[in-house]
Design a protein around this ligand. Structure first.
Ligand code: HEC
Ligand code: HEC
Length: 491
């Protein structure tokens, strides 16, 4: 074989081994990606390609934080001597498995960069037995502390919040001995009772200089085009009042995201199986047309959230910036990994009760929760929403659940998507707003009454209230309901 031919074959085989890494942030990708905001002519705004790719690339490894008594010998010296290590090394990735494994590391280790603190007093506290005891902070069974990581950078060792794995990681069956962490499933760990807020300390990097905590909180949730927007109250709220809403709406499977609402928060959705689902977010804010869309969604939630909407600026145009980004290779690996996630092993057997339940399901539920995905991938109307015109993605029906998330937030599209029921047995929260905490509660007809006490999310100061809507299955007999639940638990 001539040397030339040999070399060109070698090059061809090397090229074949290297995947084409899609570009996460390009104007083309935004075309038709976001759904319009309910009642408005605009969609979520976005940073330009220039702004996005102009941001510095973050790429450092992070390490578990052990409870003071559980730290391996020499661990702290090790962290302080190793120096920054790259999170992803694309040049070393040869096979698809390598890429997925690289994505696993991004998911596991990525920190919320804006939350990094190098403050020696804060770090001393977090490593001290007295502080952890005084705040009753419980380590996980593996001796680590939930939600936080050590980050080794050029500047030294910092403490930071976890990024994706802070919310999309579940200990199953629970955060007790015998439990194991599962990536992608919604979190179920109490947030440690720290006496400081990482987010208030950190989120400022996105926002105009001089913004204080109330301004940051208000920018996260305010909806400037809605008259009498409830979020205007945030500006004058006391820290105590904010703290109460923060406790209610963040943690134990719930999160009030940027563009979402501290008053109308959403549950954390399950990422396992997401490859087959056509929309992101409970209100279908974005379409999921391919891996680029997942990469862009991840890039956006990590450091490039919407700065403006049509004529409304959430962050002043002169002050807006993308503080950092991941490389497209890291985002691609992360997305491949999310596509590969598998559910925890299901302990529920398909028995005779489940078989009877399956029949009930087929008659009452399958037109929306269509097998094998257990969603028809369509959208339903929020109560009171009348879209102009029809769309093949939309079922012109409303299941009648609380409309606020879809109508009164910056994530409001007027729609709630039909969720997949795969994995519904391990999800801790049900309905977009996480009001209900089990299938038994979901199918309890008493939940329609105003004296009902929901076990899931409740507004601050409220214990009893009706959880209305989605009445399918509520009129079945007690036995039929038990059979239906037995079937749902096998999915
Ligand atoms: C603070 C908690 C939190 C963090 C951190 C977080 N997410 Fe989420 N994620 C949520 C919540 C809550 C939603 C649902 C928002 C909604 O419905 O409006 C969500 C939605 C999603 C969705 C859409 C899923 C669906 O089925 O609708 C994807 C994909 C996703 N997150 C990926 C990520 C990735 C990747 C990261 C890390 C870069 C990340 N998330 C970080 C809380 C979080
Ligand atoms: C007309 C379409 C439709 C029918 C029929 C329907 N559902 Fe749903 N289902 C939905 C929508 C939409 C939601 C989300 C509502 C929300 O979050 O506000 C949902 C949510 C759920 C949830 C909560 C899932 C989660 O992750 O929050 C369960 C469980 C569920 N449905 C089970 C059933 C069962 C069982 C039946 C039949 C007895 C049924 N559904 C019939 C549309 C439907």
């Amino acid at each position: 074989m001539g040397l030339r031919i040999y070399l060109s074959m070698l090059v061809a085989s090397l090229l074949a081994a290297q995947p084409r890494v899609p570009r996460a942030w390009d104007e083309q990708g935004f075309v038709g990606w976001q759904l319009p905001i309910v009642g408005q002519k605009f969609t979520t705004g976005h940073f330009t390609e220039e702004e996005y790719y102009g941001a510095p690339v973050e790429n450092v490894r992070t390490y578990p934080v052990y409870a003071p008594d559980r730290e391996p010998k020499g661990y702290w010296d090790f962290l302080n001597s190793i120096g920054p290590k790259p999170l992803v090394e694309p040049g070393k990735l040869k096979t698809e498995r390598d890429w997925i494994e690289a994505g696993r590391r991004v998911f596991e280790e990525l920190d919320f960069v804006a939350s990094r603190r190098y403050d020696t007093e804060l770090i001393r506290k977090l490593r001290s037995r007295a502080y952890v005891a005084e705040r009753s902070i419980e380590p996980l069974p593996d001796g680590t502390m939930p939600y936080i990581r050590w980050v080794v950078t050029q500047k030294g060792v910092a403490i930071a919040l976890r990024e994706c794995a802070g919310c999309h990681l579940r200990w199953a069956p629970g955060p007790a001995p015998g439990g194991k962490p599962y990536h992608g499933a919604p979190e179920n760990m109490p947030f440690p009772n720290f006496d400081f807020s990482f987010v208030d300390l950190g989120a400022g990097v996105y926002l105009p200089q001089g913004d204080d905590a109330p301004a940051i909180r208000w920018r996260s949730h305010s909806v400037p085009w809605i008259p009498n927007d409830i979020h205007a109250r945030i500006k004058t709220m006391t820290n105590q009042e904010w703290g109460a809403w923060d406790d209610a709406s963040n943690g134990m499977g719930m999160a009030a995201r940027w563009d979402g609402s501290i008053y109308y928060p959403t549950k954390i959705p399950d990422l396992i199986g997401i490859k087959d689902r056509k929309f992101f977010d409970h209100t279908a804010t974005h379409r999921h047309r391919g891996i680029e869309d997942l990469m862009r969604y991840a890039a956006q939630v990590m450091s490039a959230d919407s700065p403006h909407f049509g004529p409304y600026d959430i962050v002043p145009r002169t002050g807006r910036r993308v503080p950092y980004r991941l490389s497209d290779e890291a985002l691609y690996a992360l997305a491949l990994y999310i596509y590969s996630l598998e559910p925890p092993p299901n302990p529920n057997r398909f028995d005779t009760a489940a078989a009877a339940g399956q029949k009930i399901f087929t008659v009452n539920c399958a037109r929306c929760h269509t097998p094998p995905l257990y969603t028809n991938n369509k959208l339903t109307l929020a109560r009171g929403f009348l879209p102009d015109g029809s769309s093949p993605d939309v079922m012109p029906v409303s299941v009648g659940t609380d409309p606020a998330g879809a109508m009164l937030t910056r994530k409001g599209t007027g729609y709630y998507k039909v969720p997949s029921l795969k994995g519904v047995w391990y999800r801790g929260r049900l309905l977009h707003d996480g009001s209900l905490a089990s299938l038994e509660e979901f199918f309890n007809p008493a939940r329609l009454r105003p004296d009902f006490e929901p076990a899931g999310w409740n507004p601050v100061g409220v214990k009893r209230r009706a959880v209305v809507g989605h009445e399918f299955g509520l009129k079945l007999s007690v036995q039929e309901r038990a059979q239906l639940i037995a079937f749902l638990k096998t999915l």
